[in-house]
Design a protein around this ligand. Structure first.
Ligand SMILES: O=C(O)C(=O)C[C@]1(C(=O)O)C=C[C@@H](O)C=C1
Length: 277
């Protein structure tokens, strides 16, 4: 066990906990109550690393995670971690239930099962799948169910009523492994190379500059793997852009930066999702 601390959205038993164990099995894993607490713990060096759910293959971008990365020049992404996500129903009784608890992302990944099996049950969003499982398992009235994981059920010996309720059996969530850009214990300035995936964050003075940036990427055969926009929160209908692409180079970074108002190279890491054929 090494002394490097990895923060994750807890309590223990979340998919974020699984991501931390997958990425850094020999580190100290620190449970935190919210995604904001994970980012803050990294920034304040309470932990050396953090895992942040960023995108699900069924439900799309984890918007709160992107909003936590907005304008954060002191956070760097060191890696992406893919966790297969199989949801189960935890609780005491399907028939008595009138509330279904889980993380909001989980509801969006289990829409078919919920519609077919619990059409009249009220979905109640809570901070994480393991918190949901704790509430449902401790509810003696039997009125609460949770969407959570077998990992969580095994961790606390909770009762699993139904397995694999996700819409897509290939359901998978992508996590960023984040660190403080100014870290004494972690090498945090990954080299930007053509083979790796690179994450950039920027703002532009006019949307037509996005065309220019796309043209620059096209000229250099860089391949887009993801593009997310979030409101700038400075002026209506202006955005912070997060782009990931393979084939970035230092020279390309400088050309893109010259077009942007604000620009941040947020990290470069092994591409685990996109075949660049
Ligand atoms: O609640 C958890 O178990 C989490 O780790 C969060 C989270 C997410 O934010 O997407 C992670 C993976 C799943 O997609 C469901 C929820």
């Amino acid at each position: 066990m090494n002394s490097v601390k990895v923060g994750f959205l807890g309590p223990k038993g979340t998919f974020s906990n699984q991501a931390a164990l997958l990425a850094k099995p020999d580190c100290v894993h620190t449970s935190l109550p919210t995604l904001a607490a994970v980012v803050e713990a990294v920034k304040s060096h309470q932990v050396n690393l953090g895992v942040l759910p960023i995108e699900n293959s069924t439900n799309g971008s984890v918007v709160p995670a992107y909003d936590l990365l907005k304008y954060k020049k002191d956070i760097i992404v060191l890696d992406e971690i893919l966790v297969p996500v199989h949801h189960c129903i935890i609780g005491h009784s399907i028939d008595k239930a009138n509330r279904l608890l889980s993380h909001p992302q989980a509801f969006g990944q289990c829409t078919k099962w919920i519609k077919n099996n619990l059409p009249n049950v009220i979905s109640v969003p809570v901070n994480s799948t393991s918190h949901a499982a704790e509430l449902a398992s401790n509810d003696q009235t039997g009125s609460k169910l949770a969407i959570s994981s077998q990992f969580c059920a095994d961790t606390y010996n909770y009762k699993v009523l139904v397995k694999d309720v996700e819409d897509d059996p290939n359901n998978c969530t992508r996590f960023f492994l984040i660190a403080s850009r100014v870290s004494s214990t972690i090498p945090t300035v990954p080299e930007c190379t053509k083979e790796k995936k690179t994450l950039l964050q920027f703002t532009i003075s006019h949307t037509k500059k996005l065309n220019h940036i796309l043209q620059i990427l096209l000229q250099e055969n860089a391949v887009f793997t993801n593009l997310v926009t979030r409101p700038s929160c400075h002026n209506p209908w202006t955005y912070v852009y997060f782009i990931e692409c393979v084939g970035m180079s230092q020279a390309l970074l400088l050309r893109i930066e010259s077009v942007c108002d604000e620009f941040s190279f947020m990290g470069s890491y092994e591409n685990k999702t996109t075949t660049i054929a």
